[in-house]
Design a protein. Structure first.
Length: 680
């Protein structure tokens, strides 16, 4: 009987069968790391390790799903379901549901704040502290809070460091303190809290640490180069002295320092975990050797890295082609012309074989415009997600209140959606009363004290809303038939049929109502996929933990070229890639150079290059239109790293072949044939 590891190459097999002690698997781009991780888990279970003692964490739901699907094919479904596989956030949520009551005034029905919730809380915190809207940059304050949490600093640490400074940081530190108080009062965690509070529990509560160590005896961490300080410490604590820890990653693809990732976590792994074994995966299964030699030459210029040399059995392949265009608009026209040319020459190609990657999102405009001008609809990775639409988030807010009655932010979000006679004055009254009563807003909404301060009509609306939410809170405790019960609730609470009151345009309101119905359908699909009756709480946690890769694309089935930032393209691959905007100040990005240094920008270029499977094109512009004039652009310093034997710079006129001219006679014959077919 064959074993899962039989299909692995020698280095992959070594990584999959090294089970005890710390192991660093340096998996270069396209070297089959997901296959190695899943085969390793299957091998462990084959050799008597209990599935429930294995913990595997990664960074995106998509990666976790892929691991789960592959594992299901390698071992029995019964064994596979006992392995804990998921994102860092889903793992922390699991621990927090069990122990969060030990970390303050939280309980297990906590909400998870999204971006809109966080912005609302920061604004409210600033207002309560007496700052006007013009005094505080909300996004800057939120970025400060995120940075402090990435540095594992709580409000008291921030106040100690910044309260006496003469910069915005002094204001931000005070806002951070109030923001955190409000989160706790509302039984809500932001994404950073999920890590920090889990870490706090592990560090300060022996019971929690013992539970994790006793439960998870074998740890696997995917994309280890992307871990931040808190994630590293969580893994280190759970691994303990046995250090049965396998981390898989690529220091050359560490591109998220702006999100708190610490590349030294992977570079210093042997120091953190003494006696660690190191295995390099260098055989690439994605790209041709011309592309890989180009990638190797680019990244070799970085000093802080493990030495690796990607190679492929796919042959040399086409050379990498570099073009310099007159300006940004010319660059967009050239790319669309080039793709059209390739499709004309190679009929088996489709538009979705092509990806246009850029360092900064603003560059997408000219390419999207040029494609649409030619009647081609591009797919934009990182466009507005279905779940970020206002009407869907409003529906989700109604559902969140059934899980966590202390979620004041979401009550305020839906109180007047649709309008129900509770305007600004009623909301101010509600919040003023909360200061006296010290209760969640939802409780106050149904109280006689509040109703006495309102008109009869407003008091009736407030009472009906409160009672409806209370009724369904109890009804939704039981698992099963989620979609139909959610539909019933959103109808009874007045939202589903009240959308037209929010959006007066009939066509727009109908489209938004259809989006809410699609959201309800998604809830039904979720329950089917779980293969068991689910509770609303289970669905809402899954919904709250969605990441950038969980997107519903309106044009999912349309054959269109891909437009994406390089960051959003990580983990993806395409037959033909165009990397555009290779100019100094654009790629490498001027601001990023000052914040993260040239090495991270070069790693980002390396990631872009290694997305290509068969053909790679790189373009830059001699000038770009900025501030009402054309500004001269210098070619990127990264272009100097390209190896001469793998790269060519074709003449533009020779490269782009004009479309064949169709004669009048050919057109007449074509129309005659069409008419003949229609009549037959």
């Amino acid at each position: 009987m064959s074993s899962p590891i039989d299909s692995l190459n020698d280095r992959q097999r070594e990584a999959a069968t090294t089970i005890e002690g710390p192991l660093l698997v340096l998996a270069g781009a396209g070297t089959g790391k997901t296959k190695v991780i899943t085969c390793r888990i299957a091998y462990m279970i084959e050799h008597g390790i209990a599935p429930g003692s294995i913990l595997g964490v990664t960074f995106t739901n998509k990666a976790a799903r892929e691991m789960r699907e592959r594992l299901d094919q390698l071992i029995s479904p019964e064994a596979a379901k006992h392995v804990t596989l998921g994102t860092f956030h889903s793992f922390c949520a699991k621990i927090l549901h069990r122990y969060v009551h030990l970390a303050g005034h939280y309980n297990s029905s906590f909400s998870i704040a999204d971006d809109a919730d966080q912005i609302s809380l920061v604004r409210q915190a600033a207002a309560e502290l007496g700052y006007s809207k013009d005094e505080i940059d909300t996004k800057a304050a939120l970025a400060y809070i995120g940075r402090k949490k990435n540095e594992m600093q709580w409000p008291e640490d921030a106040l100690a460091a910044d309260a006496d400074s003469y910069s915005d940081y002094a204001h931000f530190a005070r806002i951070y303190e109030r923001y955190q108080q409000m989160l706790e009062l509302q039984n809500t965690l932001d994404f950073d809290d999920m890590m920090l509070i889990t870490l706090k529990l592990l560090e300060q509560n022996e019971k929690v640490l013992k539970y994790c160590r006793d439960t998870y005896k074998y740890l696997l961490v995917d994309e280890y180069q992307d871990t931040n300080a808190a994630q590293f410490r969580i893994i280190q604590l759970i691994a303990g002295e046995t250090m049965n820890l396998c981390v898989v990653g690529d220091d050359d693809q560490s591109i998220y320092s702006w999100r708190g990732a610490v590349v030294s976590n992977i570079l210093d792994f042997p120091k953190h975990f003494p006696g660690a074994k190191e295995i390099k995966l260098e055989q690439n299964y994605r790209s041709t050797n011309s592309i890989l030699k180009t990638a190797n030459a680019i990244i070799a210029a970085n000093s802080a890295r493990y030495d690796k040399n990607l190679w492929s059995a796919k042959g040399t392949g086409d050379t990498v082609k570099v073009f310099r265009l007159q300006d940004g608009e010319s660059e967009a026209r050239f790319v669309v012309d080039a793709i059209s040319n390739i499709i004309r020459k190679e009929p088996d190609r489709c538009w979705s074989d092509f990806a246009v990657l850029f360092r900064s999102n603003h560059l997408s405009r000219s390419f999207e415009q040029e494609f649409r001008h030619r009647g081609i609809t591009p797919k934009i990775i990182g466009g507005q997600a279905f779940f970020q639409r206002k009407e869907v988030k409003d529906a989700a807010a109604y559902l969140k209140l059934l899980i966590n009655k202390r979620d004041d932010q979401n009550l305020l979000r839906i109180l007047s959606v649709p309008p129900r006679g509770l305007g600004d004055k009623a909301i101010l009254t509600l919040r003023d009363l909360q200061k006296q009563m010290k209760q969640p807003l939802l409780d106050i909404l149904g109280s006689p004290e509040y109703h006495a301060l309102l008109s009869k009509a407003a008091a009736k609306s407030a009472g009906e809303l409160h009672d409806c939410i209370a009724r369904y809170t109890e009804a939704m405790q039981e698992p099963g038939e989620l979609a139909s019960r959610v539909s019933e609730y959103l109808t009874d609470v007045g939202y589903l049929n009240g959308i037209q009151k929010v959006y007066k345009n009939l066509e727009e309101s109908e489209k938004r109502r259809e989006n809410v119905l699609e959201f309800i359908n998604y809830i039904g699909i979720y329950e089917v996929r779980q293969q068991k009756p689910c509770t609303l709480a289970e669905f809402m946690e899954s919904y709250s933990l969605m990441d950038e890769n969980d997107r519903t694309d309106d044009d999912e089935d349309v054959d269109g070229p891909i437009l994406s930032t390089v960051h959003a393209s990580k983990g993806l691959e395409f037959p033909v890639v165009f990397i555009v905007g290779l100019e100094q100040g654009l790629f490498p990005h001027e601001r990023a150079l000052s914040e993260n240094g040239e090495e991270e920008e070069r790693r980002l270029f390396y990631v872009a290059v290694t997305r290509a499977r068969e053909e790679l094109y790189i373009t830059c512009a001699a000038a770009r239109f900025k501030y009402h004039e054309f500004v001269r652009q210098l070619p990127s310093v990264f272009l100097r790293s390209l190896p001469e034997d793998c790269v060519e710079k074709p003449d533009l006129e020779d490269f782009i072949q004009p479309e064949p001219v169709v004669s009048d006679e050919e057109l007449r014959n074509a129309f005659a044939n069409i008419l003949k077919e229609l009549r037959s």
